[in-house]
Design a protein around this ligand. Structure first.
Ligand code: HEC
Length: 203
């Protein structure tokens, strides 16, 4: 994607999410706990409140992204719905209806007083969501990709998202090894996946 197009997509993503904010704020006040919702096409409804969820971690230029471009840095931020986080603190794993959001943001380096290093900018370049809905998905979990609309498209089970997360993620197909406050908990509760434990041993 060229830069102009990228910016256009980022802008429209932002507008849609900000636009959705008013109505979803009302909805979230009415119902205390968040639960994933879908439209008739099976798409996941966007939730503009995810920025008020629990922040798990930021990755910078992590290389699994197929969109990684040389000379262009991005951050990714991971958020989870608070109900699921609370359960994780008790059990070391994710309950049904867990929703994890990965937000990709463009990194900037020259602005205001900054002379070195990178900061996050207002440009959201991508939004991907990992949903645990046991009754709905055969593998319990599914991925959704948000593009220009305010609903996320289901990513087919054959996509590499599923195999990489299945084979390498530390807890229940999620990358808890990169979420510093949760890894220790999972170790203590004994919820680390056997794939992850094997990988760690063979290092
Ligand atoms: C080669 C391995 C790999 C592939 C392929 C991959 N991911 Fe991930 N994914 C990761 C890693 C590593 C993280 C941790 C990111 C961090 O620490 O910031 C992650 C984190 C995530 C998260 C945050 C929640 C979680 O499960 O930990 C989402 C959402 C996500 N990826 C979606 C996707 C989607 C959608 C695809 C396919 C389009 C995909 N991923 C493909 C490695 C991968």
């Amino acid at each position: 994607m060229n830069m102009v197009l990228r910016t256009a997509v980022a802008m429209s993503l932002l507008t849609l999410f900000l636009g959705a904010q008013n109505s979803s704020n009302k909805a979230s006040k009415a119902s205390k706990t968040y639960t994933p919702e879908y439209n008739e096409k099976g798409e996941l409804l966007g939730n503009a409140d995810y920025r008020q969820w629990v922040f798990l971690s930021s990755g910078m230029d992590m290389s699994y992204s197929p969109n990684a471009m040389p000379g262009h840095s991005t951050f990714d931020n991971v958020f989870v719905n608070p109900e699921a986080y609370q359960k994780f603190l008790k059990t070391g794993t994710w309950p049904d209806k867990t929703v994890l959001v990965l937000e990709v943001r463009e990194a900037g380096s020259k602005a205001s007083i900054n002379k070195s290093g990178h900061f996050q900018t207002g440009e959201v370049e991508g939004l991907e969501v990992h949903v645990k809905d046991e009754a709905r998905f055969p593998g319990k979990w599914a991925f959704f990709g948000f593009g220009e609309g305010d609903t996320g498209k289901l990513i087919p089970q054959t996509a590499s998202c599923y195999s990489c997360h299945q084979e390498h993620a530390a807890v229940d197909t999620t990358f808890v090894q990169f979420y510093p406050t949760l890894l220790k908990l999972a170790q203590e509760k004994g919820t680390l996946s056997s794939n992850y434990q094997k990988e760690e041993k063979s290092k």
